[in-house]
Design a protein around this ligand. Structure first.
Ligand code: C5P
Length: 222
């Protein structure tokens, strides 16, 4: 297996997971969606009625939760303690609460440890907010994937419409901006571009073009 380690970071809705899945498969490395891990904890906290500012309870949960990824033909299925939550972690409720949960230091410590464990065993393409800065500061390739907030909101909007979910473009844009601000201003591991990351601005680019560019950057590092 390829031992390359790729850190792919960037703001909400930049298309990281769509691109990451395809590039990881082409490179023959594992794909780890770290946002799904923070979403999984948020989903479980909501299920259990744990207060999203109850740091002790969230910390305890983050250290005992079992999160599994199972690659499927069209997507990567996510399981929490054996229960499939692939769609459940993408609801508005989880999306609007995940930043508060992921700002808790103990939650981050537990997730970073799991993420580093995975990367110590296999080549990996990991997407998130702090991969190039905190999780894998020595990654072979670091990419900061971004796009204008308008373009990101429009993609989310169309994704939701395709799933048959009714939504409002301006509301999605406001939610994305609020989440970015929260993620970028938190005390522990804020979302920030690693100094040595290559910036790929996908505004106006097709998915195929973005995949081609990221693949070329990764291949040139091998
Ligand atoms: O990537 P996605 O939008 O699914 O991430 C959901 C949330 O998880 C982000 O808004 C952020 O609060 C958190 N996150 C994080 N660190 C990561 C990945 C995601 O704090 N490495």
């Amino acid at each position: 297996m390829n031992t390359l380690r790729v850190a792919l970071d960037g703001p909400a809705g930049a298309g990281k997971s769509t691109v990451a899945k395809r590039v990881a498969a082409a490179l023959g490395v594992a794909y780890v969606d770290t946002g799904a891990m923070y979403r999984a904890i948020t989903w479980k906290a909501l299920q259990k009625g744990i207060g999203l500012h109850d740091e002790a309870a969230l910390n305890e949960m983050a250290h005992t939760i079992h999160i599994d990824f199972k690659p499927q033909p069209e997507r990567q299925a996510v399981f929490v303690d054996g229960q499939e939550v692939t769609d459940a972690i993408r609801t508005f409720e989880v999306t609007n609460n995940v930043s508060a949960v992921s700002a808790v230091a103990g939650v981050r410590d537990a997730m970073v440890k799991l993420q580093r464990d995975i990367a110590s065993r296999t080549g990996v393409l990991m997407d998130g907010r702090d991969i190039g800065t905190v999780v894998l500061p020595n990654a072979d390739v670091k990419i900061w994937l971004t796009a204008s907030v308008e373009a990101r909101a429009m993609r989310r909007y169309q994704e939701m419409l395709n799933k048959g979910v009714e939504c409002d473009l301006e509301q999605i844009k406001a939610d994305i901006q609020r989440r970015d601000e929260y993620d970028a201003s938190r005390e522990h591991s804020p979302m920030v571009k690693a100094e040595d990351a290559r910036v790929v601005d996908t505004t106006g680019m097709s998915i195929e073009a973005v995949i081609g560019e990221i693949q070329a950057i990764c291949r040139s590092a091998q």
